[in-house]
Design a protein around this ligand. Structure first.
Ligand code: FAD
Length: 302
C-alpha cells in the first residue's frame, strides 16, 4: 500500500505529493487531468514571486516538480469510490483498487456555467469567473456580473473599485446576497443592478463587446455594450463521488480542520474541494502542504 495517496492533480494535489515524497514515504497521485483548473487559465498574475505566468505553463512546472521525486503518478484516472477498511481504498473508474494508509483528497471544483451562447467562445476573452484573478484586466472598463448571490455581489463590490462601471444581472426579482452586502453595493456610484432579467447571449467579435438579456416581466430584449462578463452563479466541488464516505457541508465541500483532517481518520483534504475559504492557487498549494504534513503526523502517531 501507499503511505500517502493523493487524489487530484491540481495545485493542491501536486503540493501535497511533493511534501509527502520529501518525507521519504511511499507516495502516489491519481488525477483525472493533471494540472486541474489552471489548464483552463490564461494569465496568472497573483501567484506571488512569479509576476506573470500562463496556466498551462504553471501546470507543466507542477508536473516537472512532482517528477523530481519518487512519486507514482497515475494521470487520466478518475476515482469513483473511497472506503475505509484496514487501509483506505480508492477505487478507480477502470476498476483498479488502490490501497493507502492515508489519503489526501484534492479533487478541486468547477465554476458553474450559465450556458448561454458566447460563454464558452469568449472564455478568457472577456468571460471570466474569478474577480481576484481577472478584475485588474478590466481596469477602466464596463463589466457585467451575472448572479446576485453573495459571491456575485462580493464580486460586484470588488470590481467597482477597479473598473469604470459594473452592471449586475440577477434572474430572480430580488438579490439573494446578505443585506449588508446589498447595502454596500447600493452605496456605490458606479453600479447598476438589473433584477428579474435573463441573460440571453454574450456577444463579441475577437473578445466580448456586450451582453443581451430579456426583462422577464415584459419579455423585452435589451443589449448593453461592455468588455467583460463575470459569471458568479456558483462554484461546485468535485466531491459527489464520495457520497457519505466523508463529511461534506451543504455545498458539497469536504469539511476539514486546520490540519486538513476530515472526519475519517487518515483521510485528509486540501484545496478548492474543501470548506477552506477563498479558492486560489496559492491558497490551494498552502493547504496541500498542510494536509500532507497532517497526514505525515498521522502516520508517525499510528
Ligand atoms: P483543481 O485545480 O480543480 O484540481 C483538481 C484536480 O483533481 C484535477 O487534477 C482534476 O482532474 C482532479 N479530479 C477531479 N475529480 C477527480 C476524481 N474523481 N478522481 C481523480 N481526479 C479528480 N486562481 C488564482 O490564484 N489565480 C488566477 O489567476 C486564477 N485564475 C483562474 C481562472 C480560471 C478560468 C479558473 C477556472 C480558475 C482560476 N483560479 C485562479 C482558481 C484556481 O485555478 C484554483 O483555485 C486552483 O486550481 C485550485 O486547485 P485545486 O488543486 O484545489 O483544484
Amino acid at each position: 500500500p501507499f503511505d500517502v495517496l493523493v487524489v487530484g492533480g491540481g495545485p493542491a494535489g501536486a503540493s501535497a505529493a511533493v511534501y509527502a515524497a520529501r518525507k521519504g514515504i511511499r507516495t502516489g497521485i491519481v488525477a483525472e487531468r493533471f494540472g486541474g483548473q489552471i489548464l483552463d487559465t490564461a494569465s496568472i498574475e497573483n501567484f506571488i514571486s512569479v509576476k506573470h505566468t500562463e496556466g498551462p505553463k504553471l501546470a507543466a512546472n507542477l508536473e516537472e516538480h512532482v517528477k523530481e521525486y519518487n512519486i507514482d503518478v497515475m494521470n487520466l484516472q478518475r476515482a469513483k469510490r473511497l472506503e475505509k477498511k484496514d487501509h483506505i481504498e480508492i477505487e478507480l473508474e477502470n476498476g483498479a483498487v488502490l490501497k493507502s494508509k492515508t489519503v489526501i483528497l484534492s479533487t478541486g471544483a468547477r465554476w458553474r456555467n450559465i450556458g448561454v451562447p458566447g460563454e464558452a467562445e469568449f472564455k478568457n476573452k472577456g468571460v471570466a469567473y474569478c474577480p481576484h484573478c481577472d478584475g485588474p484586466l478590466f481596469e477602466g472598463k464596463h463589466v457585467a456580473v451575472i448572479g446576485g448571490g453573495n459571491s456575485g455581489i462580493e464580486a460586484a463590490i470588488d470590481l467597482a473599485g477597479i473598473v469604470k462601471h459594473v452592471t449586475v444581472l440577477e434572474f430572480m426579482p430580488e438579490l439573494k446576497a446578505d443585506s449588508v452586502l446589498q447595502d454596500r453595493l447600493y452605496s456605490l456610484p458606479n453600479v447598476t443592478v438589473l433584477k428579474n432579467v435573463q441573460t440571453k447571449e454574450i456577444t463579441g467579435t475577437d473578445s466580448v463587446n456586450g451582453i443581451t438579456y430579456i426583462e422577464r416581466d415584459t419579455g423585452t430584449e435589451q443589449h448593453i455594450e461592455l468588455s467583460g462578463v463575470f459569471v458568479q452563479i456558483g462554484l461546485v466541488p468535485n466531491t459527489d463521488w464520495l457520497g457519505d464516505a466523508v463529511e461534506r457541508n451543504k455545498f458539497g465541500e469536504i469539511v476539514v480542520d486546520n490540519r486538513g483532517a476530515t472526519n475519517v481518520p487518515g483521510v485528509f483534504a486540501a484545496g478548492d474541494c474543501t470548506t477552506a475559504p477563498y479558492k486560489q492557487i496559492i491558497i490551494s498549494m498552502g493547504s496541500g502542504a498542510t494536509a500532507s504534513l497532517g497526514a505525515f503526523d498521522y502516520l508517525v502517531r499510528n
